[in-house]
Design a protein around this ligand. Structure first.
Ligand SMILES: [Zn+2]
Ligand SMILES: [Zn+2]
Length: 249
């Protein structure tokens, strides 16, 4: 496969996709848009009801330096917003397309659209979107699916705004866990930061004291819960506490 003809085919396909996408969802009729790296949702509002899509970040183009940066290369992009983009890199490696495997390089802006078109093709996107950032950066997104409002609400409910870490997934810890002293760290299952969670699972941790009461009471019940007084923290705070308790000193 030759890169240039492949990229051109992808551009042609994206044009068709984009026309259908705009027609199906009438995006021009929405005044506001908002995308959130934590939830992975792109939201259009002003019309009721709002409109939500799942998206991933392909990369960004800087007007100042005329450079492109793939999102997988960008440390400011959160893990879940760029996980799909890594598949483009893998694809590039298989095909020997170096433009898909170099993290950051000079381009003219049209090429950015080629990358977006390739991303949409490789990941089965339904459309693309390019919100402009105020600092001269253009962020390119590929939209993967429409999300109904019920599902969007559930996704958004799983996130909180933390004063230190902005929007993150919710996690639960007992009242004794903190950032200063080691009190033990028990979990209902082995967790990793950024891991995928199923609908029913939450990050949940408690201290040694809570664990001994939980064992005495033979599990979680009114007494155990009263002692633990679980509170909500963000995912990043949760793993900070985990590191404090289980990390090496
Ligand atoms: Zn506790
Ligand atoms: Zn936090």
């Amino acid at each position: 496969m030759e890169y240039h003809s492949f990229a051109k085919d992808c551009i042609d396909e994206l044009k068709v996709l984009q026309e259908k996408f705009n027609k199906d969802y009438d995006l021009d009729s929405y005044a506001n848009w908002f995308y959130d790296q934590a939830t992975g949702l792109l939201t259009f509002s002003s019309n009721e009801p709002e409109l939500n899509f799942k998206y991933f970040e392909v990369g960004s183009f800087s007007h100042k330096s005329d450079t492109w940066m793939w999102s997988w290369h960008n440390e400011n992009t959160s893990e879940n917003a760029k996980v799909a983009a890594k598949q483009i890199k893998d694809f590039g490696e298989r095909c020997g397309f170096t433009k898909l495997t170099n993290g950051c390089f000079e381009i003219d802006e049209f090429e950015a659209w080629e990358f977006v078109a390739i991303a949409a093709k490789v990941i089965n996107g339904i459309g693309a979107y390019r919100p402009v950032n105020d600092n001269g950066l253009k962020i390119f997104l590929v939209i993967t699916e429409h999300v109904d409002n019920e599902t969007a609400k559930n996704i958004k409910n799983k996130y909180i705004e933390c004063s230190d870490h902005e929007y993150r997934r919710v996690a639960f810890v007992c009242q004794h866990l903190n950032f200063a002293t080691r009190v033990g760290f028990e979990e209902s299952f082995e967790t990793l930061e950024g891991m995928e969670l199923s609908e029913e699972d939450d990050f949940q941790a408690w201290c040694d004291q809570c664990e001994s009461i939980r064992v005495l009471e033979d599990g979680w019940n009114h007494n155990t819960m009263k002692f633990a007084k679980l509170r909500v923290v963000c995912e990043a705070c949760y793993f900070k506490m985990k590191e404090l308790n289980l990390g090496s000193v």
